[in-house]
Design a protein around this ligand. Structure first.
Ligand SMILES: [Fe+2]
Ligand SMILES: [Fe+2]
Length: 291
C-alpha cells in the first residue's frame, strides 16, 4: 500500500518533531548513553540510575512487586543489577523513566493512571503467558515483561509531546467509535505502533521489544522476525482490554487475531488460566501508582 503524499508529509513532520524533542528526561538520556557504550559496566549503570531518586525507587518497586514475579527482595539498584542482570535493569530503567515524566511535562490526552495500569497489566499478563507456552526460544521473561510495559510507548510520546493533537485523536475515536490507530493515522500521519517503532529503534531497545511495539496490533505481519513477541503482546493486550484492567485510550471492543493463537500454539484453557491469575492480582496492579 503506498502512502499518499499528504500523509508522507505529516509523517515526516512528526518524525522531525520527535527528533527535536527538547526535554527527554536527563536520566533516560544518560541510561541510553551508558547502555549504548559496549565498555560500560554494571557499576556505571547503577551510578546513573541511582542519581535519580524517583527512577530508582520506581525500578525497585517494580522488581519487588508481587505481579513482577520475582521472589527475592532487592533493596538497591546495584543489587538489582547483580541479581537480575545488566540487560534487565537497563530495560526496566528505560520503562520506568519513560513513564516517570513529571506531571508538568505530561500531556493529558490520556487518563495517565489508567494507561499506566493498562501497561503494567499487559506486562504482567505477557510474562505469565510466556511461562505457559513452549515457543519463546531465546526470549527471557524480563524482556517479555518490558515489551508489555512499553508496547504502547508511541501513545506516551503522543500524549506528552503532541498533547493537543492527541486530545483530538482520543475525542474523535470515542465519538465516532473508531479504532484509535485509524484516527492517529488520519490526524498525525502515523499510528502509535509506527511512532513507537521509530523511537524504540532510535533508543536501541532490544529487538523483541521493538517487535512488540511495532506489531502488537498486527501479529501476522512481522517479516524477517520471529513474530512470537508480537503475538504474545497482542494476546495480552486483547485480554487486558477485555477484562477492563486499566485503559489504553481505545474504547472500541477489542478484537483477537487468531493468528496470534496459532503462533503461540496456545492450547485450550491456558488463556483462561492466565486471565484468572491476573483477575486475582487486579487489586495489586490497579493500586500500583505511578507517582
Ligand atoms: Fe496499542
Ligand atoms: Fe495496549
Amino acid at each position: 500500500m503506498s502512502i499518499a503524499p499528504a500523509d508522507r508529509r505529516k509523517r515526516r513532520m512528526l518524525i522531525q518533531k520527535v527528533d527535536e524533542l527538547p526535554a527527554l528526561p536527563v536520566t533516560l538520556m544518560e541510561i541510553i548513553k551508558v547502555t549504548g557504550n559496549p565498555d560500560a559496566t554494571a557499576n556505571d549503570l547503577a551510578q546513573v540510575i541511582s542519581k535519580d531518586q524517583s527512577i530508582s525507587s520506581m525500578l525497585l518497586r517494580l522488581v519487588n512487586s508481587a505481579f513482577y514475579g520475582h521472589f527475592r527482595s532487592i533493596s538497591s539498584v546495584s543489587r538489582a543489577i547483580v541479581i537480575l542482570g545488566f540487560q534487565t535493569v537497563k530495560s526496566l530503567a528505560l520503562g520506568a523513566s519513560i513513564f516517570h515524566s513529571s506531571p508538568e511535562s505530561r500531556g493529558n490526552a490520556l487518563d495517565w493512571d489508567k494507561f499506566w495500569v493498562h501497561s503494567l497489566a499487559v506486562a504482567a499478563f505477557s510474562k505469565k503467558l510466556a511461562s505457559k507456552v513452549d515457543v519463546m526460544g531465546e526470549i527471557d521473561s524480563e524482556t517479555v515483561f518490558v515489551s508489555g510495559l512499553l508496547h504502547d510507548v508511541g501513545k506516551v510520546v503522543f500524549n506528552n509531546y503532541f498533547s493537543e493533537e492527541y486530545k483530538e485523536v482520543v475525542m474523535i475515536a470515542r465519538k465516532d467509535k473508531k479504532w484509535i490507530r485509524t484516527v492517529e493515522e488520519d490526524l498525525m500521519g502515523i499510528d502509535h505502533c509506527g511512532a513507537g517503532q521509530y523511537l524504540a529503534s532510535k533508543w536501541h531497545f532490544p529487538p523483541p521489544v521493538i517487535e512488540a511495539v511495532e506489531f502488537h496490533h498486527d501479529p501476522g505481519k512481522p517479516e524477517n522476525q520471529p513474530g512470537t513477541m508480537a503475538a504474545l503482546t497482542h494476546v495480552a493486550d486483547f485480554c487486558c482490554n477485555q477484562i477492563k484492567i486499566g485503559a489504553s485510550g481505545n474504547e472500541k471492543d477489542p478484537e483477537l487475531d487468531e493468528v496470534a493463537i496459532d503462533i503461540l500454539e496456545l492450547g485450550d484453557g491456558k488463556l483462561d488460566d492466565v486471565t484468572t491469575e491476573i483477575e486475582n492480582e487486579r487489586e495489586t496492579i490497579e493500586s500500583f501508582g505511578i507517582e
